[in-house]
Design a protein around this ligand. Structure first.
Ligand code: GAR
Length: 197
């Protein structure tokens, strides 16, 4: 079984990245985590990647004059690693349509809501303010429409009367850590079928 070469892009804590790295230890998992890239040198998740023998790269967006120049550097690094799938895991930079087109069908994102509800930021606060009774997370393919690409998988959680944004986000995050590995495995299986003549 060929494993698809995967890069994980982070900006901070990296708990979803950790869940993907842990899942990819299974010999039967169809994706290999080749590198973890952060746009911030202080991203907490980088240490975990290094400790687990995964190549890390910091490409600081602040060092580039334009969004496109940053993305060109990111794209060249990913191509130099032979990357076939990108998993955005708390990567907090909006990517341009040009970059997204170059990775069409090969870039995943995890979002902390039941899309199409609550695109964008502060999803838990907004769900609570609306009195939503269910909430959750979504893994979708990335398209130029922010948080709008085709959905691969979703997981639901109940919203409890006593919830705060913190308790709700912790309940959702637990599901994110299960959902993202499943979605990555699904995409890798699909893409490896396409590759087979
Ligand atoms: C996760 O909850 C993820 O769904 C969210 O950021 C958090 C990152 O946590 N992503 C977005 O809001 C993207 N719009 P992590 O760094 O511990 O994985």
């Amino acid at each position: 079984m060929r494993k698809l070469k995967t890069a994980i892009l982070i900006s901070g804590r990296g708990s979803n990245m950790m869940a993907l790295v842990d899942a990819a230890r299974d010999p039967a998992f169809r994706a290999e985590i080749v590198c973890v890239v952060s746009n911030r040198a202080d991203a907490k998740g980088l240490a975990f990647a290094t400790e687990n023998g995964i190549a890390t790269e910091v490409i600081d967006h602040k060092g580039f004059p334009t969004r496109e120049a940053f993305e060109t550097a990111l794209d060249s690094y990913l191509r130099s690693c032979g990357i076939e799938i990108i998993a955005l895991a708390g990567f907090m930079r909006v990517l341009t349509a040009g970059f997204i087109a170059r990775w069409e069908g090969r870039m995943l994102n995890i979002h902390p809501s039941l899309l199409p509800a609550y695109k964008g930021l502060h999803t838990h606060e907004r769900a609570l303010a609306d009195g939503a009774t269910r909430h959750g997370c979504t893994v979708h393919l990335v398209t130029p429409e922010l948080d709008g690409g085709p959905i691969l998988l979703q997981a639901q959680v109940p919203v409890l009367a006593e919830d705060t944004a913190d308790t709700l986000s912790a309940r959702v995050l637990e599901q994110e850590h299960k959902l993202y590995p499943q979605a990555l495995a699904l995409l890798a299986a699909r893409l490896s079928k396409e590759d087979t003549p």
